[in-house]
Design a protein around this ligand. Structure first.
Ligand SMILES: NC(=O)c1ccc[n+]([C@@H]2O[C@H](COP(=O)([O-])OP(=O)(O)OC[C@H]3O[C@@H](n4cnc5c(N)ncnc54)[C@H](OP(=O)(O)O)[C@@H]3O)[C@@H](O)[C@H]2O)c1
Length: 309
């Protein structure tokens, strides 16, 4: 299943996210995922495993497991690189061992001071607070990202973590329209207004963190996981599916692309099987009632400020 983007290219409706995937696991996970049927891999310069993804992709192409044109590869511009878009994209392409990307995203709607390194700590100032660069506008960044399309380095370009106002502005100043807005969405954080706004204006919505980050975000950020909710468990029991499959299927039936991360073979299969069944309108309504407007990636916990506030 795929969604047609506003420039005619098609994007698979389910992909595999590789954030927080251990470097040592990446190759096996990607090769197994391709065997299962995954065709979209969601990467980012910030995840610091593009080289390992590139190694896996090179092996997949060399062994004939899959052809380049059958994959959809996304990577993202990190905050500190807004003033260095071309170099950053070329660096990602080199690590991924690709000559073009399917989609290049502006990771977040803010630039931070350029430090020459991409690490967790490199975006913080001496007080441990996100060091936002006030000299680079999102419009300037976007025009540099548009140049990647003209240069043939990325087929599509998009935005990530943009709200309605930022997305509206991007539509206003863009010559190449954003094809995608990738935002946190799961049953506890449904973003109905932003999803409707983007879809109305031809922007495909991708749900990152579609399982609410499950155990990882609970451990790291102390967040509550939607997969443990009695409503989702009830729908899962009714369909003889898992809570994760219900959360993903709900996302798919809202016409949003879902990109769950797992390093485990059984879960890669389980998550991909979200394609194999359907929720009823009644199920969709029940899950709709779960919305708590609850973000699990709470930036004040690691950047010292709530960048969405
Ligand atoms: N644009 C952005 O700013 C942004 C932000 C966050 C994420 N993302 C993208 O979205 C992707 C997914 O987000 P995420 O990894 O934060 O969260 P997620 O996919 O919602 O959850 C991942 C967590 O769920 C576990 N998991 C996977 N399948 C499961 C299943 N069937 N049952 C129970 N637990 C399961 C994983 O553990 P195991 O690996 O142990 O299975 C991991 O702990 C990322 O990899 C990244 O590509 C983008």
């Amino acid at each position: 299943m795929a969604i047609k983007l506003n420039n005619g290219f098609k994007m698979p409706i389910i992909g595999l996210g590789v954030w927080r995937m251990e470097k040592n696991d990446v190759k096996d996970v990607i090769l197994n995922a391709i065997k299962i049927g995954y065709r979209y891999f969601d990467c980012a310069a910030y995840y610091q495993n593009e080289a390992e993804v590139g190694e896996a992709l090179a092996e997949a192409f060399q062994t004939g497991l899959v052809k380049r044109e059958d994959l959809f590869i996304t990577t993202k511009l990190w905050n500190s690189e807004h003033g260095h878009v071309l170099e950053s994209c070329k660096d990602s392409l080199k690590k991924l061992r690709l000559d073009y990307l399917d989609l290049y995203l502006v990771h977040l709607p803010l630039a931070t001071k350029h430090t020459g390194v991409i690490t967790f700590a490199s975006v913080l100032d001496e007080d441990g607070v996100l060091d936002i660069d006030t000299t680079i506008s999102l419009e300037t960044t976007w025009h540099a990202v548009e140049d990647l399309v003209y240069a043939g380095l990325s087929r599509s370009i998009g935005i990530s973590n943009y709200n309605i106002f930022q997305t509206r502005d991007c539509l206003a100043y863009s010559k190449v329209k954003p094809a995608v807005n990738q935002i946190e969405i799961h049953p506890y954080f449904q973003r109905d207004s932003l999803v409707k706004f983007c879809q109305k204006h031809g922007i495909c919505v991708t749900a990152h963190t579609p399982l609410g980050g499950a155990a990882t975000n609970t451990e790291l950020f102390g967040t509550v996981c939607c997969l443990d909710d009695p409503i989702i468990k009830g729908v899962a029991e009714k369909h003889k599916k898992t809570a994760a499959q219900i959360a993903l299927r709900w996302g798919i039936q809202r016409n949003t692309v879902v990109i769950p991360k797992s390093s485990k073979l059984d879960r890669l299969k389980e998550n991909f099987q979200a394609l194999d069944f359907e929720l009823t309108e009644e199920d969709m309504e029940e899950i709709k009632s779960m919305d708590r407007k609850y973000r699990t990636i709470q930036t004040e916990k690691f950047w010292g400020i709530d960048v969405y506030g």
